[in-house]
Design a protein around this ligand. Structure first.
Ligand code: DAH
Length: 356
């Protein structure tokens, strides 16, 4: 053999060393296949070792670094280990088949067989979204507030400056329990309960279920809203913009813009509908099915708390200002995941639920 130079040394693997590693791989395989009782798992394991990119093939690449006169010996060890793996797979699959046939023949319950592995469950998409919102707002210093789903007319409407005769109180939309008690139609009622129970400053979000007499692919008689309220000295419209923009960017994970469109809600002045830049086409596709080519998606209502509302809860409207907003959580999840029917959230169909 020619002289070995320092730089070529590192490319040389001794036959002994490689043989040890091959044998190790063989032993490792034998240990790994032992507990497997599922054909697919066994096939996967086999591929991990014997596949084109498998561990055995990886190791075989080292062959070229073994001194030429030793390659034959090493090759034999390779072949032996490979055969061992192939035989072990065959034996294991045979045994499985035999066991299955025996079980079939016996046709009795064999209590000693391993049980079916339960599929691990996970949180419902809406619960996940709910928790994300909580986390995003808690980073901004918002606390969680809750209120009852069966609500008084006062908290749901009157104190929110929704006078009798307002369309939002129409029997079409509201489930009345009696003249004074309703199923809340929005989480805005929690604004009132929170302000009644504590002096300003207030910084809360209130996620929760609401009810309306509405039923089509994008509306359900029961759905989930998220309300936000911030009251302090000097709270401005630009604070509302900053908070909602931050929310959209965190939730969608992209630098999307938001915009306000003037709108009317009795309990805010000025009031605005909130749109976000289309998360699918970013406004660049005139035929986008999600935003219908407008480039914007409506996500909720908002505005500056009307002094009238402060009057109902005994806050000094000269001193305090605040913003409020409300949005549908199903809609936010729909926009992020392309869900096209709100009923999918509630039907419990595993084919849907498993995707998230
Ligand atoms: N409560 C309204 C609804 O259910 C949404 C809403 C609009 C909430 C404006 C707000 C707001 O807090 O400021 O349609």
């Amino acid at each position: 053999m020619g002289a070995v130079t320092a730089s070529s040394l590192e490319f040389i693997v001794s036959a002994q060393e490689l043989i040890v590693r091959i044998e190790e791989l063989g032993n490792q395989f034998a240990a790994a296949i032992e507990p497997l009782t599922d054909e697919q798992e066994i096939r996967n394991l086999q591929a991990q070792y014997m596949g084109r990119k498998g561990q055995v093939s990886q190791l075989m690449k080292q062959m070229g670094k073994v001194p030429a006169q030793d390659r034959r010996t090493v090759g034999e060890v390779f072949n032996r280990v490979k055969e061992g793996i192939t035989d072990a797979v065959a034996a294991r699959l045979d045994a499985l088949e035999e066991a299955a046939q025996a079980a079939d023949l016996a046709r009795t319950v064999d209590v000693s067989l391993p049980g079916r592995r339960p599929r691990p469950g996970h949180l419902h998409l809406l619960t996940q979204v709910h928790e994300e919102f909580r986390a995003i707002f808690s980073e901004l210093g918002f606390e969680l507030a809750e209120g009852p789903q069966i609500e008084t007319d006062f908290h749901c409407f009157e104190a929110l400056a929704i006078p009798k005769g307002h369309p939002a109180r129409d029997m079409q939309d509201t489930f009345y329990i009696d003249d004074d008690v309703v199923l809340r139609t929005h989480t805005s009622s929690v604004q009132i309960r929170t302000m009644q129970s504590q002096p300003p400053p207030v910084k809360i979000i209130s996620p929760g279920v609401v009810y309306r007499r509405d039923d089509d692919p994008t509306h359900s008689p029961m759905f989930t809203q998220l309300e936000g309220l911030m009251v302090d000295e000097g709270v401005r419209f630009s604070d509302l913009h900053g908070v909602l923009r931050h929310l959209v960017r965190r939730f969608f994970g992209e630098a999307l813009e938001i915009r306000f469109r003037p709108s009317y809600f009795p309990f805010v002045e000025p009031g605005a509908e909130v749109d976000m830049q289309c998360s699918f086409c970013k406004g660049g596709d005139p035929s986008c099915r999600l935003c219908k080519g407008t480039g914007w998606l409506e996500i909720g209502g908002s505005g500056m708390v009307d002094p009238d509302v402060f009057g109902h809860v005994g806050y000094d409207a000269e001193r305090w200002t605040g913003f409020a907003f409300g949005m549908g959580m199903e809609r936010m999840a729909m926009l992020r995941h392309g869900v096209n029917d709100i009923k999918l959230y509630y039907e419990g169909d595993m084919r849907f639920l498993r995707q998230f």
